[in-house]
Ligand binder design. Structure first.
Ligand SMILES: NC(=O)c1ccc[n+]([C@@H]2O[C@H](COP(=O)([O-])OP(=O)(O)OC[C@H]3O[C@@H](n4cnc5c(N)ncnc54)[C@H](O)[C@@H]3O)[C@@H](O)[C@H]2O)c1
Length: 383
């Protein structure tokens, strides 16, 4: 039976991934140190629903499915702890979600910036060392972000670009220029993994993921105790999840600046598929495979407009407000990014239809009493 180690298993993507693989016959080992849960409490940005902790979730899942998820609470930056997990379970695949994943958090102050650098880079370094020391055949699946590429005035390729210079050609990592310190650590992760792939011949998939939206997966739809977090605030919430919650709360959708910024986004259901396809189809040893992970490109204005229209049909009077952009980013730019690798592996996209937005609005409506309007816009400024 395949053994999968999920680092960052308590998170927005981690917990649904645990259930997804467990249902499909994998032995799942789930690790988390509750960083995100604790940070949400510390910053008074708690999610719309309060899921049980990882140990309780695993127990609920076992009651429901008859399948066991093994849980360890610990810090991936603690090397002896991480190595002991690798040595005990010898995973075939490790999914690395265990990072500080929020751009605004990384831009709040020096300490949070330093934490982001340390947490994200040391966690990745520790995983590489633990793989080498315990099982060099283990496939590392690492979450990168489309934000690593930034918004260049040329087409974005899938990880690599061939450059001809003074009559000679070579293949390089696609040029990267991130828009936050968090995204910069993701670039540094990619560079570090590429170094160890070249030097130690490990096998790595780096998934350049766009912002994820959604809440339900097949494993959680019927039992809300198994749902993942649904952050909707300025720090932890992704754009579409924030917009639907704002619509339900009667708060204007906060579009940063002109709103012409374009992003490749995907449904959380498709994140599950992508991770599964990557795990089932590993790269060869000594390969850094980079796949762009999104299914559709929209501008922020288009997303806001969609929520306004569907919200209107449900009786909400949705307003859109352009606020001064707290971030330093291009508001008008060229954007064409390829994303064929995961489709070739078999990804079936779940697109952002009116029905999907309606389902999200109804979810937010159900938990409307938990919404704290103060958290929609805190004003974390990049400058
Ligand atoms: N959600 C998105 O839209 C999105 C988009 C692109 C990339 N990503 C990447 O996907 C990964 C997962 O994102 P998410 O949205 O689920 O975030 P999340 O914060 O909900 O999940 C990350 C989990 O990792 C844990 N963690 C962090 N540092 C740890 C450490 N040192 N030791 C043990 N556990 C640790 C946190 O407690 C949390 O439960 C991140 O690497 C993120 O950068 C997410």
């Amino acid at each position: 039976m395949n053994k999968l180690l999920i680092l960052g298993a308590d998170g927005y993507l981690g917990w649904p991934t645990c259930m997804y693989f467990s249902k499909r016959g994998y032995t799942v080992i789930a690790v988390d140190n509750y960083f995100t849960r604790n940070a949400m409490v510390e910053l008074n940005c708690e999610p719309l629903i309060h899921p049980p902790n990882l140990i309780q979730r695993a127990r609920l899942w076992e009651e429901k499915s008859g399948k066991k998820i093994i849980v360890h609470i610990g810090d991936v930056t603690d090397y002896p702890f991480l190595l002991s997990i690798f040595k005990e379970y010898k995973p075939d695949t490790v999914v690395h979600y265990a990072e500080q994943p929020c751009a605004p958090y990384s831009m709040m102050d020096r300490d949070k910036a330093a934490f982001t650098v340390k947490n994200n880079l040391i966690s990745t370094l520790n995983i590489v060392y633990a793989v080498k020391e315990s099982n060099p055949d283990c496939h590392i699946i690492k979450l990168g972000t489309m934000g690593e590429y930034g918004t260049p005035n040329i087409d974005i390729e899938e990880g690599w670009i061939e450059i001809e210079h003074k009559g000679r050609k070579d293949k390089f990592l696609f040029p990267r220029q991130a828009g936050s310190l968090y995204h910069t650590t993701k670039i540094q992760d990619t560079d570090m993994l590429w170094f160890y792939v070249r030097t130690w011949g490990i096998k790595v998939t780096d998934l350049m993921q766009g912002p994820v939206y959604g809440i339900y997966t097949d494993e959680s739809r019927e039992d809300h105790r198994l749902l993942t977090f649904f952050p909707y605030d300025e720090i932890f919430g992704t754009v579409l999840n924030r917009f639907v919650t704002q619509a339900v709360a009667g708060y204007p959708l906060t579009v940063y600046g002109k709103g012409n910024q374009q992003r490749g986004i995907l449904n959380i259901i498709d994140t599950m598929q992508c991770i599964y396809l990557a795990a089932e189809n590993p790269p060869r040893k000594g390969e850094l495979r980079i796949l762009n992970q999104f299914t559709e490109i929209f501008s922020i204005n288009q997303l806001a407009e969609k929520v306004k229209i569907v919200g209107g049909k449900l009786g909400y009077n949705v307003k859109i407000e352009h606020i001064p952009n707290p971030r330093v980013e291009k508001e008008d730019h060229y954007y064409k990014a390829s994303y064929s690798g995961l489709l070739k592996l078999g990804l079936t996209p779940h697109l952002l239809t009116d029905e999907v937005i309606e389902e999200l609005l109804k979810f937010a409506e159900r938990y409307k009493d938990n919404i704290d309007r103060e958290k929609f816009y805190i004003g974390i400024n990049w400058r």
